[in-house]
Design a protein around this ligand. Structure first.
Ligand SMILES: [Zn+2]
Length: 240
């Protein structure tokens, strides 16, 4: 299956938190969007891998993405080496996305910058014809494929975006997708330990940060991204 946009996240919920509004908007525009989580989030203080499997499937349903897969890399300990790059290359060649979204280039959780570089490196390598890959159990070798662009969503740290997507009208869907992760976020009735993302302030911040970024570009809500090369536009009217 060819996808228009493939979104990678180190942990289930990264894609929703960083780019949930953009994903919902692109799906509503008829784009085929998929999500690939690198780990099952098994080291998360709250919940468990099994619970997060269910939560991520529910969130995928809310966002109406075409596919969601999990690489089952080791939470906290995966590294950016040849073995991991080859696994990501296989996914890039399987889905042939034009656009890849991935983790923030710099963040509080060590997996975010690591996952960001791993996916970015793999997207480049995936375009090299002399790297041979095939899916497990398949006979056919995969064709080389390099996405046109890789954009990085913004997570815990307030990085300065290179561009912002207007997600007005999609913030409720983003919030619903995030709240599908009942084990992770603010729940006044939970007996589980507090974490940086389980506070009321954190879940509120998802909304007020999007609102603030929206204010700065003259819309109601926005999500910010950083780029690997400067953004080109067809003409000046492309800018909102
Ligand atoms: Zn994460």
């Amino acid at each position: 299956m060819k996808l228009d946009i493939l979104v990678f996240g180190a942990h289930p919920d990264d894609a929703e938190l960083g780019a949930g509004g953009t994903i919902a908007k692109e799906v509503s525009r008829g784009k085929k969007v998929g999500i690939i989580d690198l780990t099952r989030g098994e080291l998360g203080t709250r919940g468990s891998a099994e619970i997060r499997d269910k939560e991520s499937a529910k969130a995928a349903g809310i966002l109406n993405v075409a596919v969601r897969e999990n690489m089952e890399f080791a939470d906290g300990f995966f590294i950016n080496d040849k073995a991991h790059q080859l696994e990501i290359i296989k996914m890039v060649r399987k889905y042939c996305p034009d656009i890849v979204l991935c983790n923030a280039v710099d963040d509080r959780h060590i997996d975010h910058a690591k996952g960001s570089k791993l996916v970015s490196d793999a997207c480049f390598l995936s375009g090299l014809t002399k790297i041979d890959t095939k899916m497990d159990g398949e006979e056919e070798w995969q064709e080389a494929w390099r996405p046109k662009v890789v954009y990085h969503y913004i997570q815990w740290k307030n990085l300065t975006p290179d561009f912002a997507v207007d997600v007005s009208g999609f913030i409720d869907k983003k919030t619903d997708a995030i709240l599908a992760y009942g084990s992770q976020f603010f729940d006044p009735n939970s007996d589980e330990p507090e974490t940086p993302i389980s506070s009321k302030n954190f879940i509120d911040s998802v909304n007020y940060r999007a609102r603030d970024l929206g204010r700065l570009i003259g819309v109601e809500y926005a999500e910010g991204f950083t780029v690997e090369r400067f953004v080109g536009v067809d003409n000046l009217d492309d800018l909102i």
